[in-house]
Design a protein. Structure first.
Lengths: 349, 221
């Protein structure tokens, strides 16, 4: 009786927390039905409980009370000798919560035994998936929990919108629960569609089947890539050339030696004019001086700065290649964001 | 001819030995920079003796060398060859010449010094030998263009002696050339225009030589 009082207390709390008008009526009906059951007044209890369960809309019983309410209704019908109606009520309790079991401290063994007998005929399924999660393909797995009301065979598969199978995750019996794992890959490494369905197909005792569909929205998350290093600015590089001063020295030296060759005979002897070919030597010297002047007056490279800039550019390029390699590695790892959509129980077939 | 060549060689060797003996202790710890090479010169000469002028031309082959320690350098050069007369009725001559000069470099590129110049002229089995003591300077410019330098030098005689001819009175000469050291390495290629004149007293005679010399050498500067 302690458990019975606890149930009544839970119903009272649900009444206090629920919507004020209709909900209070539904839960009040439930409370009165439970009280009638406790007083062994099964006929009024059956009426009250059915009325409580029949309320729809905002005043309906909260989902958390549906298994309990149906269990009381099943117990009432059991004691009224209406075994078929009791079985229907027990099925409804399991349909509301596949993991529901009547409390053995509240219900007598005759009721729990009738519940178990009815449960063994059922094949209700509940799929539990993360509401919103991200997995790294190849590294993480997407965990799906499947709860069952009773032992039966199921097939858990992933399909696209056209119900074409992408991947079969499990085929075989389920006792009361099952955890299946999806690695995030599609069919033959093909790109996954944006929306996929997780389908759990239960084989019913009568040969039919029941399908529960869980919609999953799948988005490929772009990889978090590293930014490339900014290009080297002029401020980071040293000047590689410097303006040269006019190379007057070579010019003067070339002209002096060239003129020297030309006037040498005059300085040495007054008896001979000198060979004309000496002007070729003098001209070559003068020309070399002019070449030296022109080449020496050009901008000149600064080798140490050229080396330093080359090292800086090489370091920048190595850093860029390292970032490129890291980004390629990151892009190769696909990340999926998976958001759970609605869960639909299809009519039995 | 044998007499003339021997005299020139002896003069060069004596000078070199004296210089080497005198400078060796002072520069014993310094590195000796050696250079050597060969030369070919195309020369023209005017030989005047007792009013008779003979124009000659020919080719001289020679060797040259240099040994330098610190700022001091000893230059030696030897060349000889036959000079042919320009006219059919002229007489040719054998020309042998050697120079040994000791120089010092007070400023970069400028070298001053002096030494003996010995020239033997063998004509009709008769040898006329000039021994001239000369002083002068040589300037080698910095690089005019990559690997290319200019060289100009001049000298004047401060004493001399002539055998079989008369009394030596004066002498002077000079050269200007272009020098190439590929890659600033040890190979040296040089083309010089040279001219000099030696005179005897009372216009008794003179020897004027002019030519172009190609020298190819190897060594440290």
């Amino acid at each position: 009786m302690t458990r019975l009082r606890a149930t009544a207390t839970a119903i009272a709390l649900a009444m206090a927390a629920g919507p004020p008008a209709n909900a209070q009526t539904a839960t009040d009906l439930l409370e009165r039905g439970v009280a009638s059951y406790s007083d062994l007044q099964y006929d009024p209890a059956a009426i009250l409980l059915r009325r409580a369960l029949d309320v729809r809309g905002p005043g309906a019983l909260p989902d958390t009370l549906l298994p309990e309410a149906n269990a009381y209704l099943g117990a009432v019908e059991h004691f009224r000798g209406r075994r078929r109606a009791a079985g229907v009520a027990f099925h409804a309790a399991l349909a509301a919560d596949v993991r529901f079991r009547p409390d053995t401290l509240v219900f007598p063994p005759a009721v729990t035994a009738a519940f178990d007998e009815a449960r063994r005929e059922t094949a209700f399924i509940r799929i539990s998936v993360p509401a919103d999660t991200t997995i790294q393909v190849g590294e993480d797995v997407y965990v799906v929990r499947v709860d069952a009301s009773a032992l039966h065979n199921v097939t858990v598969m992933l399909t696209d919108a056209a119900r074409s199978t992408i991947q079969t995750l499990h085929t075989g019996p389920i006792v009361d629960s099952l955890e299946v794992r999806w690695d995030g890959t599609g069919r033959d490494a093909a790109r996954l569609p944006d929306a996929v369905e997780l389908r759990v197909v239960s084989q019913l005792r009568g040969g039919g089947r029941r399908v529960v569909r869980q919609l999953l929205h799948v988005r490929v998350r772009p990889a978090d890539t590293l930014p490339f290093p900014p290009p080297l600015s002029q401020a980071e590089l040293r000047p590689e050339r410097e303006p040269a001063n006019p190379a007057v020295g070579p010019l003067v030296a070339g002209l002096v030696t060239g003129v020297g060759a030309a006037v040498l005979p005059t300085l040495v002897t007054d008896e001979r004019d000198g060979a004309t070919l000496r002007f070729a030597v003098g001209g070559a010297l003068g020309l070399a001086g002019v070449v030296g002047f022109l080449s020496g007056s050009r901008d000149r490279a600064i080798p140490e700065n050229v080396r330093a800039n080359t090292m800086a550019r090489d370091a920048w390029w190595r850093e860029r290649e390292a970032v490129r390699a890291e980004n390629a590695r990151r892009r190769a790892v696909q990340r999926l964001r998976i958001t759970a959509g609605e869960q639909v129980v299809e009519p039995d077939r | 001819m044998t007499v003339g060549r021997g005299t020139v060689v002896r003069a060069i060797l004596v000078t070199a030995a004296c210089v080497a003996g005198g400078t060796a202790p002072a520069f014993a710890l310094q590195t000796v920079r050696l250079w050597g090479g060969g030369s070919v010169a195309v020369v023209g000469a005017v030989s005047e003796s007792s009013g008779e002028i003979t124009d000659l031309s020919g080719t001289l082959l020679g060797v040259a060398g240099r040994a330098a320690v610190g700022p001091l350098a000893l230059h030696v050069r030897y060349a000889e060859g036959d000079l042919d007369p320009a006219n059919d009725d002229g007489v040719g001559q054998r020309h042998i010449e050697g120079v040994a000069l000791l120089g010092v470099t007070p400023l970069a590129g400028l070298e001053v010094g002096g030494g003996p110049r010995v020239r033997s002229i063998v004509r009709d089995e008769r040898t006329q030998r000039w021994v001239v003591w000369q002083v002068g300077g040589r300037y080698e410019s910095p690089a005019l263009a990559p690997w290319v330098r200019g060289v100009v030098q001049g000298w004047i005689a401060v004493g001399g002696d002539v055998s079989n001819g008369g009394e030596f009175t004066s002498g002077r000469g000079g050269a200007a050339g272009i020098l190439v050291r590929p890659g600033d390495g040890p190979l040296e290629i040089r083309v010089d225009y040279t001219i000099d004149e030696l005179r005897l007293g009372e216009d008794a005679g003179r020897e004027t030589m002019e030519g172009f010399t190609l020298t190819v050498g190897w060594g440290r500067q």
